[in-house]
Ligand binder design. Structure first.
Ligand SMILES: *Cc1c(COP(=O)(O)O)cnc(C)c1O
Length: 443
């Protein structure tokens, strides 16, 4: 009902390029089976939406370099803020000390999210780990035993153990299956334009949730509005509100993993705002530093924070990372917020830039399930052959687009455009043009 998972796609990556680059003998690349993949291309420079290659035309980065680049590559304002900070204070232990960039960022994010407390970590996975640990310890500190965690089929929350546990169980985490803590799971009622079955799909999930919530539940974790790695699977805001009502009735906690959806990606500054949710914990990373530096944060309400106060050492949240609140990361994040605040229309209006292109593309009989939130436009290729991650049409389209100067990275049969905010109208148009041509060429 939620469509097949696309999470295994990267494993089957088999671009062939005979006179291309060689594999580096010292590197172990992420999500790559070296024996069946093409070596990566070398990039020494990127500007705006363009990846600049030596002796070859530039590539439009239509996926924001794995969804992190927010305002554009090498944005001068953020580069300058980082350089300035590096000359003042590059790092400081964040227990016993703090620094102005961290204070400023915490103040701004708590104002923007409405969640008062900010806990720093290093990436999206750790921002999720922290949210899960805080949620579980919150109940522990209150002396209440609640062991169930509810997550969704198709979810992706990162690659560390806790994040794997709440994510969809698949090829990627099969070797660790026995070591992952149990999680109760519900289907994700993803939808698209002209989806006639949506009420029915949502009802099944909501009925299922109501049943699960009869068991004492520590938290429900979800990717608000869009499941990213699960295939840009979008749900309706109405569904999320009904879901939240059940969560409130069961008095459990809601964790929104906004690692992808945060910072304007879904048309509002945070996806939970567009969906009118009131999360207890929010995980943020990716666009947090505009894609310049690895950093994660977990926002928590004051209600959560208060349960960790007291003289009993058992109440303490004993968690921390060496690079907690790295000043360079904080400087990048503050500079990025400056840019978002300076021109909010760039993310508020992005959907209207995608819309005419996607509407036109949707008429192509080779595409099905068009869908759109903010900067993220997606559809499935309606191709013969296996569905989901074994489908090869996405790979063929990727290869075609690369030749035409557009970098796409389909998730199986799911193709998406998730560009940085700076992409020009001409560049965006080229992405759609190349997809349209590519669909003709590959079939
Ligand atoms: C990418 C992603 C993560 C993991 O973030 P990393 O920085 O890669 O560890 C977690 N949740 C979601 C929704 C993501 O898209």
């Amino acid at each position: 009902m939620t469509g097949q998972s696309n999470l295994g796609m990267d494993y089957f990556e088999t671009l062939s390029n005979t006179n291309g680059p060689e594999w580096n003998a010292n590197l172990w690349p992420p999500f790559t089976q070296i024996s069946s993949s093409t070596p990566p291309q070398k990039i020494k420079e990127a500007q705006g939406a363009l990846l600049l290659r030596e002796n070859e035309p530039p590539l439009i980065d239509a996926i924001s370099s794995w969804w992190v680049t927010l305002h554009g590559h090498s944005h001068p304002y953020i580069a300058k803020a980082i350089a300035h900070q590096a000359n003042q204070l590059e790092q400081i232990i964040f227990a016993d000390f703090l620094h102005p960039q961290a204070e400023n960022l915490a103040k701004r994010l708590s104002k923007l999210t409405g969640l008062q407390r900010l806990f720093f970590s290093d990436n999206g996975s750790t921002a999720v780990e922290v949210a899960l640990k805080i949620a579980c310890q919150w109940w522990h500190n209150k002396g209440e035993s609640r062991n169930q965690i509810i997550a969704f089929e198709g979810a992706y929350h990162g690659d560390t153990f806790g994040a794997m546990a709440v994510g969809e169980r698949n090829l990627f985490n099969a070797p660790f299956e026995k070591m992952l803590f149990p999680v109760s799971r519900l289907p994700w009622p993803s939808t698209w334009w002209d989806d006639e079955d949506i009420e029915h799909k949502e009802k099944i999930v909501l009925d299922g949730l109501e049943k699960l919530l009869k068991t004492p539940t520590a938290a429900v974790i979800l990717e608000p509005l869009v499941q990213g790695a699960g295939g840009m699977a979008m749900v309706r805001t109405e569904f999320l509100q009904k879901l939240q009502k059940l969560i409130h009735e069961a008095e459990t906690l809601l964790i929104t993993d906004e690692v992808l959806t945060g910072f304007g990606r879904c048309g509002s500054l945070f996806a939970f705002q567009r969906a009118e949710l009131q999360p207890d914990l929010i995980s943020l990373s990716k666009g947090l530093t505009a894609g310049f530096l690895p950093m994660g944060v977990t926002m928590a309400t004051e209600k959560i924070f208060q349960a960790f106060l007291g003289n009993d050492p058992n109440l303490t949240f004993w968690h921390g990372h060496s690079f907690t609140a790295n000043p360079l990361g904080c400087a990048a994040a503050n500079a990025s917020l400056d840019l978002l605040e300076e021109s909010p229309n760039k993310y508020l209006n992005f959907e209207s830039r995608h819309l005419p292109h996607l509407t036109k593309l949707a008429k192509n009989p080779k595409i099905i399930r068009p869908r759109l939130y903010g900067t993220i436009a997606a559809f499935n290729i309606s191709a013969n052959g296996p569905k989901g991650y074994l489908n090869t049409a996405g790979k063929a389209l990727k290869r075609y687009a690369l030749e035409q100067g557009v970098f796409l990275r389909p998730l199986g049969d799911v193709v998406y455009i998730l560009p940085p905010l700076c992409i020009s109208d001409a560049e965006l148009e080229k992405c759609y043009f190349v997809i349209e041509k590519g669909l003709q060429a590959i079939a």
